[in-house]
Design a protein around this ligand. Sequence first.
Ligand code: UD1
Length: 423
Amino acid sequence: MDKLVIRGGTRISGSITASGSKNTSLPIIAATLLTGNGTFILRHIPNLRDIMTFTKLLQHLGSEIDFSDNTMKIFSANVQSIQAPYELVKQMRASIYVLGPLLARFGHARVSLPGGCAFGPRPIDLHLMAMEKLGATITIETGFIDATLREGKLRGAHIDFPISSVGATGNALMAAVLAEGTTTISNAAAEPEIETLCKFLIAMGATIKGTGTTELQIEGTDTLNAVEFHNVFDRIEAGTLLAAAAITGGNITVNGVEPEQLKAVLKKFAQAGCTIETTSNSVNLKSPAKLIATDVTAKPYPSFPTDMQAQWIALMTQAEGTSHIIDKVYHERFNHIPELNRLGAHIDIRKNQAIVHGPQKLSGTKVMSTDLRASASLVLAGLVAEGTTEVLRVYHLDRGYEQIETKLNSLGADITREKYNEF
Ligand code: UD1
């Protein structure tokens, strides 16, 4: 296995370009299953473990895929299988994204139930509810979701999500674009990942109104075509890099971003004392002499994202005062806290609230990655910890950060990747 060995105490400063968004790539790649008309060319796709897992899944179904230099070519005319096997789904819950497109195009989909998860229960009931509303019969047996059509085709319907779900909105959209008639989605997720998926589907020939809002209206069509598409930047990677500069007293410019998508995060950095300057496609963050404790509540977009919560807690360990961090999306997403405390942080958990007492001097030791963003928070802590921090099980980090140590080293970090045996 790989670990990252971080020699702390360096300053993260300089200029860097954000990678393409992982969480946008996944639904877009899934949407290529909707048509066999032509070859898709997707640019700015990050080279990540999750993308490779998803590529394997589509190849298993029968898509022909070529991926090099962040460009993915996909030809899905010869899809042979409608079954997503456990071996691939267990590696990545987002595999559920093939449910909607397979059902809409082939009238049948079998997707293995995703396995356990590192932070709290993560149900898929809303995905299934949406498919049922659109005319699917769902059965769950022998560990598989089996979705078939009640009639010859999916039919437009009104889908009202009781809670905002990025994945369920994406699946509903991908199914509805090939359904007969009109579908309306209320309380749709308005995350940039869904906005981009809407734009992608529209480019393919779908008719969608309300893009970027929580009310979507889709007119079904029979014909969709392959397109060329340029993926958007990864807003969570960008936020993590900004946090790396902020926690080390640095000054960073992240290029290739849309600052609007980072608004809630930038507002919090400013409250914490950082100086933020933006252009149409870049953000500059200059850290203050002393960070100020700043409370955060993670909620659906446009609020502060749950995927930046762990990194924020790491940052607050270095801020002057006590900060309160609440996650209203995943109430139990606090696996990083015991590990941060092992580095010397002083963080309490009360119900769904983390209380960070700062500033605390951190000192390097071995810490364990438990999930993607938890790992990022440990890397951030390692950058300021005295001595050497070893972040084990780095495969979690590799799921979602493209060349993280190369990027951080180019900004002044001292990180090496080394092999180790767990036992
Ligand atoms: C996506 C992101 C993930 C991010 C999350 C919230 C991808 C690949 N992953 O995950 O990084 O943290 O959005 O922004 O894009 N829920 C249900 N039933 C369902 C589905 C979800 O109750 O059927 C709940 C979840 O438990 C959670 C909330 O809805 O409390 C939001 O989850 P959701 O937006 O669906 O997350 P994902 O799409 O899985």
